[in-house]
Write a protein that binds this ligand. Structure first.
Ligand code: ADP
Length: 196
C-alpha cells in the first residue's frame, strides 16, 4: 500500500501513520522525525534543519528530498509506504510523483485529516510539556498553522483533482479516526486483504 497523510500540525498524522503501517504492512515514514534526526547531528546541514524547524518554517525542498528519497525508495521495494508530512509543498508533490514514476509505482490514496485551528492549537499546547520539541510553543504553533494554510493546504485540491483524496474528520478519538480511514480505504478497494 502507498499512502500519503496530509494534515495540519496536531491532527494526528504520527499516530494514524503508525496504525496504518501496522494495518497494511507498509512502512511509516515521518518526514518531521527523519528531519529531526538529521537536525540532531552536529553538522552544518543539521544546524540548518534545526533552525528552520525551531522557527516553524518549512525546511527547503531540496534538503527534504535528499533526506526522504532513500527512505521512500527503500520502502517502495518492501511493502509500500505511509508518508507522513511529505509532500508539504507543491514542488515536493511534483517531485514525489516523479519519484513514484521512476520507481514504477503509483500512489493509492492521500488521506486528508482535518480539524479546526482551535482544536489543533489545544492539542499541540497539551503535548508541549511532554514533546520537548522546540516548535511546540504558542507563537511557533501559530506560525506553523499559517504556513500549513498557505503552503500545504493547496495540496488538498491537487490530490482531489487527481481523484485520490480521502477526507476524514480528525476531531474524534484516535480509534474512531483510524476506523473512518480504514472504512474509506476499504471502500476504494484498499485494504490489506484486497491488495495483491
Ligand atoms: P507537525 O506536523 O506537527 O508540524 P512534523 O514533525 O511533521 O510535525 O514537522 C515538524 C517540522 O519539520 C515542520 O514544521 C518543518 O520545519 C519540518 N518538516 C517536516 N516535514 C517537512 C516537509 N515535507 N517539508 C519541509 N519541512 C518539513
Amino acid at each position: 500500500m502507498r499512502l500519503l497523510l496530509l494534515a495540519p500540525p496536531g491532527a494526528g498524522k504520527g499516530t494514524q501513520g503508525e496504525r496504518l503501517a501496522a494495518w497494511s504492512g507498509a512502512r511509516h515514514i515521518a518526514a518531521g522525525d527523519l528531519l529531526r534526526a538529521q537536525a540532531g547531528a552536529d553538522s552544518p546541514l543539521g544546524r540548518e534543519i534545526a533552525a528552520h524547524q525551531a522557527r516553524g518554517d518549512l525546511v527547503p525542498d531540496q534538503i527534504v528530498l535528499d533526506v526522504l528519497t532513500p527512505a521512500v525508495t527503500e520502502a517502495a521495494a518492501h511493502g509500500g509506504y505511509i508518508l507522513d508530512g511529505f509532500p508539504r509543498t507543491l514542488p515536493q508533490a511534483v517531485a514525489a510523483a516523479e519519484l513514484a514514476a521512476r520507481l514504477d509505482v503509483t500512489l493509492d490514496a492521500t488521506v486528508y485529516l482535518y480539524a479546526t485551528d482551535e482544536v489543533l492549537t489545544r492539542r499541540l499546547l497539551d503535548r508541549a510539556s511532554q514533546s520537548g520539541r522546540s516548535d511546540d510553543r504558542a507563537d511557533v504553533i501559530r506560525h506553523r498553522l499559517k504556513v500549513y494554510a498557505e503552503t500545504t493546504g493547496p495540496l488538498v485540491s491537487y490530490y482531489t483533482v487527481r481523484g485520490i483524496l480521502v477526507a476524514v474528520d480528525a476531531d474524534q478519538p484516535p480509534d474512531s479516526v483510524t476506523a473512518d480511514i480504514q472504512t474509506q480505504l476499504s471502500k476504494l478497494g484498499l485494504s490489506p486483504e484486497a491488495l495483491p
